[in-house]
Design a protein around this ligand. Structure first.
Ligand SMILES: C[S@@+](CC[C@H](N)C(=O)[O-])C[C@H]1O[C@@H](n2cnc3c(N)ncnc32)[C@H](O)[C@@H]1O
Length: 235
């Protein structure tokens, strides 16, 4: 993850303990953690039109890295809704970051890496057509094709007609459609269930197209650990 500039963390905005920060090795200190949230809030502002009047759904929010970035950058949006499946992270965020514009919801959905005993469904708690900006950073990077297709359809249904979804994923051209923990990929050692799920780029985009989402922007390989950045819209 690239940090454009140094940010001074605002002592009035709580930060999660290191043990609750997803992607911990990238966030050894508070300045890096806050800067990464601010950097993504800026990207959402420029690439999806996120602003003070928008309804934002942070799917796979962890302990609220983006919520912290939004608070530092612009105070608040109309409605920030963070959703995750890990109780310790979500509960910390709810207790420490929740306010009249900022809320968090825990869902019990299955993920072999993060919530192996969870229920199998593709629910994201939002009304149809109610989300202006959906953000899913390093979430599809830990899901197989079945989940991409299922959650892709859910995302298409909850996005507002002009809504945008900014997401990251590991995608490459001319590789098998979907590989869990590919060997000799990006010089990292992938360990444990769903550590890295890599998709063939056209297969990934076609799967989401079939689910109801069209690619609006694609930036190859510049996000965490070499993921690519997408902006999708409803098709
Ligand atoms: C690598 S972390 C990224 C956290 C955060 N987006 C960030 O960039 O700091 C992936 C997150 O996705 C969450 N997650 C995985 N499957 C999920 C699902 N089905 N619904 C909601 N969250 C999910 C995990 O619990 C985890 O917090």
């Amino acid at each position: 993850m690239t940090q454009a500039e140094t940010i001074t963390p605002d002592p009035a905005i709580p930060l999660p303990p290191y043990t609750l920060r997803m992607g911990g090795k990238h966030f050894k200190n508070d300045v890096d953690f806050v800067a990464a949230g601010v950097r993504d809030a800026r990207m959402l502002r420029s690439r999806t039109g996120m602003g003070r009047r928008k309804r934002v759904l942070d799917w796979g929010c962890g302990a609220g890295r983006l919520a912290i970035g939004i608070k530092h950058l612009m105070g608040h949006v109309e409605d920030y809704h963070g959703v995750d499946i890990q109780p310790p992270l979500l509960n910390w965020a709810k207790e420490n970051l929740g306010d009249e514009h900022t809320r968090f919801t825990l869902v019990d959905a299955h993920n072999a890496r993060y919530n192996p005993d969870g229920e199998s469904h593709f629910e994201i708690p939002a009304d149809p057509g109610s989300v202006d900006v959906l953000y899913a950073y390093s979430v599809f990077s830990h899901m197989l094709t079945h989940d991409i297709a299922g959650y892709g359809a859910t995302i298409a249904s909850i996005l507002a007609p002009k809504g945008k979804a900014m997401m990251t994923a590991f995608v490459e051209e001319d590789v098998p459609d979907c590989v869990e923990n590919p060997t000799d990929y990006l010089k990292l050692e992938w360990k444990g269930a769903l550590h890295c799920v890599r998709f063939e780029r056209h297969f990934f985009e076609r799967t989401l197209w079939d689910a109801g989402l069209a690619v609006e922007e694609f930036v190859y390989g510049r996000e965490t650990d070499g993921q690519s950045l997408y902006v999708f819209r409803r098709r």
